[in-house]
Design a protein around this ligand. Structure first.
Ligand code: ADP
Length: 441
């Protein structure tokens, strides 16, 4: 600024001095006026150039600027650069923020004051069947048509969540969503969605399990209490009393087996998979299990007044299994006991262990009634039975195959079942190579 004033004064003086010599005071004034007018014209021209510079597409410091113009243009440039930096910082922050919301496992929808979709992340789009681009500015209730949601949306209070069906829900693949609205800003709403399908399924399974256990225990308990009442109220002779006590003992055995199997299952679920430190000598294990199987068929034959089963066992390979002895005994015994219980007396049962390049396989083949194909995938579900009364008659709990399957999974193996109705059944246990050892010491 000082430079411009000095420039102006100098210009006027430089013009006025020769003017004074030529025309005295008048000459000096005329020359000063001329200098002033010229200076004004130069100023107008500079302002015009400055305007053009400001309106240009790229603002770079123009070297011809001097004095106040140079200062003004560099200040403007500095201001612009600072603003640009701030704007790009805000843009980056917004991008990072949206990326973070995108990465969220929960769905997020931002609604404007009129409840229209402003933005939603991919999870919300997949949960609610929205198109993140095309459905922008659409009213949320027009797109989420679940009546439960519409009712919830219409409420003034949204302090709790509601459960609605997910968009990809079908009868087979039902998806459950928890959704909740939260108010924010000036009348805006945040809609959060959470996939709770697994939770809902686990909850349903837990309820089914409790219902099944209660039912399984209530039945023998009802029978037991009936007998107790009979014994208390009716005078019975010794033989009759013994008969009732025998029936009561069967029911209490049932409850005991059920509780024992439930405890086994809960232990299997609540503990870590067995390590490979324990070596279970296969021939010894099978010698004991085979002896137990013979004892069981003799017991059933005596009770049913019929011939025993013919139980053959192929020579057992000299190998050891690496895992939990008690779990492996229960997995193998469950299959053999089932074969004995479901095959009519006099039938045949074949036991075979074989070593393969993939590990070890145990097969129990029986000549029983066999199982229809539709039951095979469900046999290892808890309490699933093909023939409920046959299972009960022979003291079944409906948990044997569930336990066997679990034991196999814990040892990295699996249970496979093959059967054709009328042609018996074959139950096989597959153990991986990592669970088999040929070193027996
Ligand atoms: P359960 O205690 O009822 O025997 P399991 O879990 O051991 O329970 O078996 C489930 C069902 O599988 C049984 O109720 C029975 O219907 C069927 N099952 C199991 N083994 C055999 C078999 N060897 N032959 C025919 N059906 C079988």
């Amino acid at each position: 600024m000082i430079f411009s004033v000095v420039e102006l004064v100098m210009g006027v003086l430089v013009a006025a001095v020769p003017g004074w010599f030529i025309g005295g005071v008048v000459g000096a004034l005329a020359a000063a006026c001329l200098a002033l007018s010229t200076y004004s014209l130069v100023m107008v021209w500079r302002i015009h150039r400055f305007e053009q510079w400001l309106g240009g597409p790229f603002l770079v410091l123009d070297p011809p600027w001097q004095g106040v113009w140079l200062e003004m243009s560099s200040r403007i440039l500095r201001l612009l650069r600072t603003q640009e930096k701030q704007a790009s910082m805000h843009e980056k922050r917004l991008k990072d923020f949206l990326l973070a919301i995108q990465a969220s496992p929960n769905g997020v929808v931002l609604l404007d004051e009129d409840s229209r979709i402003e933005w939603c992340n991919n999870t919300a789009a997949s949960h609610l069947g929205l198109d993140a681009q095309k459905d922008r500015m659409q009213h949320i209730v027009h797109l989420v048509r679940d009546p439960v949601f519409a009712k919830y949306f219409a409420q003034d209070e949204h302090s709790t969540e509601v459960i609605i069906d997910g968009r990809s829900s079908s009868v087979i693949n039902a998806r459950k969503l928890s959704v909740q609205l939260h108010a924010y800003g000036d009348g805006r709403l945040l809609l959060l969605t959470r996939d709770i399908t697994a939770l809902a399924q686990a909850d349903a399974m837990r309820r089914d399990f409790v219902a099944n256990v209660s039912h399984e225990i209530r039945t023998p308990l009802t029978v037991l209490s009936g007998f107790v009442e009979t014994l208390q109220s009716i005078p019975l002779d010794d033989a009759e009393t013994q008969h009732y006590l025998q029936l009561m003992s069967v029911q209490s055995d049932r409850i005991q087996s059920l509780v024992a199997d439930l405890l086994t299952l809960s232990q299997l679920e609540g503990s870590q998979s067995p390590g490979v430190q324990e070596k279970v000598h296969l021939p010894t294990l099978m010698m004991h299990i085979h002896a137990d199987a013979l004892a069981l068929t003799e017991l059933l034959a005596a009770k049913g007044d019929g011939p025993v089963h013919q139980i053959d066992m192929d020579p057992v390979p000299e190998a050891a299994l690496l895992g939990s002895r008690s779990e492996l005994i229960s997995a193998v015994s469950n299959l053999i006991n089932n074969a004995i219980r479901y095959t009519p007396l006099g039938g045949s049962i074949h036991l075979q262990w074989s070593l393969t390049p993939e590990g070890a396989v145990f097969a129990v083949k029986d000549s029983g009634p066999g199982i229809a194909a539709e039951h095979l995938p469900r046999l290892s579900e808890r309490f699933y039975r093909v023939d409920r009364s046959r299972s009960r008659e022979t003291g079944g709990t409906g948990l044997g195959l569930a336990i066997t399957k679990h034991v196999m999974q814990r040892h990295g193996g699996e249970l496979r079942i093959e059967s054709v109705v009328g042609q018996g059944a074959t139950f096989k246990l597959y153990l991986p190579l990592s669970r088999v050892s040929s070193q027996l010491d």
